[in-house]
Write a protein that binds this ligand. Structure first.
Ligand code: C2E
Ligand code: MG
Ligand code: MG
Length: 472
């Protein structure tokens, strides 16, 4: 307020001042709290998105490359559960410090919550540079943590996404890095993974989960049957059941689109039960129908996870009883890689299955690391040579030699040898010459509906004899 003398002239001012230090401090604290994580003092998600937006905006004027590294501690929950949240908090705070120490000037390290951190790196020379930073992070996080006199060790998985496009949505870049982190976890943790657009999103994954669960209940899954032929006799000996998914969109999905997913997400048990039951029911129906079906076999693929289920032999025995076919008419196919990955009690389960009288086939042989010794121990009845050996067999003497050796070895162990993926009559002739017993592949027939199998069997012998003899 102006202060005036008697004549009205301004001779001074009058004001009241208030000390607002405390208020400003409180406001600053609130603003800090709104943008920072209280435990580590690092910027939070809101602050991260703001900084990423600014970095991207700056790229409009100065072209550059920016990377988002999404870091998630592996098995962090175990520390919390075993040693309490205080220990967990100390590890998180220390992890935050280590990440900050790695960051260059201008980089941002943020904590998104839980055990998730993000490092934002601007001005990268290349995506390879981002991988190098990822390696340093993995190394630094893995160093021991000493909390209350105890040693802890934690590893982390890092997903990396980068862009040089200033128009990139900040949220999308973080989401892509998150997805790559998820892939790193899947690949075995303690590693970094660069984002590849092919990774399907978590949202898509959860849709797939509920869809596949429903597909099993709603009979959207069905089986097709691919014939197996005895090479010398030129006779159909049986079929392999292969699962398909008739998706409500109308598309028919092949197994590699959903079996790995079912294995990872706990759906393989239900899926496998459906396949086993359906194949056995079909086998019984064929056996009841045609004289040709007496010695006819149906092969069912088992995933490694199913093999770990101690209830499997009981279920198989129940199928044999319920449907009344001869146990040797059922063959269970197990891939070499599944056997190696799922060691444990597999041996016992395999013996229990053999005791029922069903046959065991080692599928995709040659794609894992099976040795002769291993083969002997497994006691399989059938060995299926992977099609990667069959495909080059006419042009590669090395592959011919491998198939010849594997066949001789299998015969010595009393096994039947089946060649997978036979597509040409030249391959057929070579395989016959190498003493291979049976074949499966497009040359003999693609997977068929159950009705088409009947037609094939009732008219087959002529068609099989009609296979053109090879020129060589
Ligand atoms: P697999 O057991 O080795 O089955 C053979 C695969 O090779 C089948 O593919 C078949 O369609 C394909 N194939 C047959 N002949 C030829 C040929 O001449 N050339 C070529 N290029 N391919 C040929 P499919 O049906 O896509 O099955 C792929 C894999 O999925 C199977 O490999 C098996 O490991 C798995 N699978 C299929 N059905 C089931 C199931 O019911 N349960 C489980 N756990 N796995 C299954
Ligand atoms: Mg198979
Ligand atoms: Mg196979």
């Amino acid at each position: 307020m102006p202060l005036r003398d008697d004549s009205g002239r301004i001779i001074g001012t009058f004001g009241i001042s208030r000390d607002v230090t405390a208020q400003i401090q409180a406001e600053k604290a609130l603003a800090h709290q709104a943008l920072h994580d209280p435990l580590t003092g690092l910027p939070n998600r809101i602050a991260l998105i703001d900084r990423l937006s600014q970095t991207l905006l700056a790229m409009e004027r100065h072209p550059a490359r920016v990377a988002v590294l999404f870091i998630d501690l592996d098995n962090f929950k175990e520390i919390n559960d075993s040693y309490g949240h205080d220990a967990g908090d100390l590890v998180l705070a220390e992890a935050g410090r280590r990440l900050s120490a790695l960051a260059r000037r201008g980089d941002t390290v943020a904590r998104l919550g839980g055990d998730e951190f993000v490092m934002l790196c601007g001005e990268l020379e290349s995506s390879g540079a981002a991988l190098l930073i990822g390696d340093r992070i993995i190394h630094s996080i893995a160093a021991p943590y000493v909390v209350a006199g105890r040693d802890f060790s934690v590893t982390c998985s890092v997903g990396i996404a980068w862009t040089s496009d200033a128009a990139t949505e900040p949220g999308n870049l973080i989401r892509d890095a998150d997805m790559a982190m998820y892939e790193a976890k899947k690949a075995g943790r303690n590693r970094s993974q660069l984002y590849e657009p092919a990774h399907c999103s978590r949202a898509e994954k959860s849709v797939l989960h509920s869809e596949l669960g429903r597909a099993i209940e709603n009979s959207e899954l069905f089986l097709v049957y691919q014939p197996l032929f005895a090479l010398k006799e030129r006779l159909v000996t049986g079929v392999e059941a292969l699962v398909r998914w008739r998706h409500p969109s109308g598309a028919v999905l092949p197994p590699d689109k959903f079996i790995p997913f079912a294995e990872e997400h706990g759906l393989i048990g239900r899926l496998g039960s459906f396949v086993l039951d359906e194949a056995c029911r079909q086998l019984a129906a064929w056996t009841a129908r045609g004289s040709w079906a007496g010695a006819f076999t149906v092969a069912v693929n088992l995933s490694g996870r199913e093999l770990l289920d101690p209830g499997l032999p009981g279920r198989v025995a129940e199928m044999v009883r319920r449907y009344g076919f001869h146990p040797a008419q059922l063959c269970l196919e197990i891939t070499e890689t599944a056997l190696i990955a799922e060691v444990g009690d597999v041996q016992e389960i395999l013996s229990a299955l053999s005791a029922i009288g069903v046959r065991i086939a080692l599928d995709d042989f040659g794609t894992g690391y099976s040795t002769l010794v291993y083969l002997q121990r497994l006691n399989a009845d059938i060995l299926k040579i992977d099609r990667s050996f069959v495909e080059p067999i006419c042009r590669s003497s090395r592959d011919r030699a491998i198939v010849a050796a594997v066949t001789a070895m299998s015969h010595a162990l009393g096994m039947t040898v089946v060649a997978e993926g036979v597509e040409t009559s030249q391959q057929l002739a070579t395989l016959t010459g190498l003493d291979c017993d049976e074949g499966q592949g497009l040359l003999f027939g693609a997977p068929l509906s159950p009705g088409a199998v009947v037609t094939l069997m009732e008219t087959a012998q002529g068609a099989v004899r009609g296979l053109a003899p090879s020129a060589d």
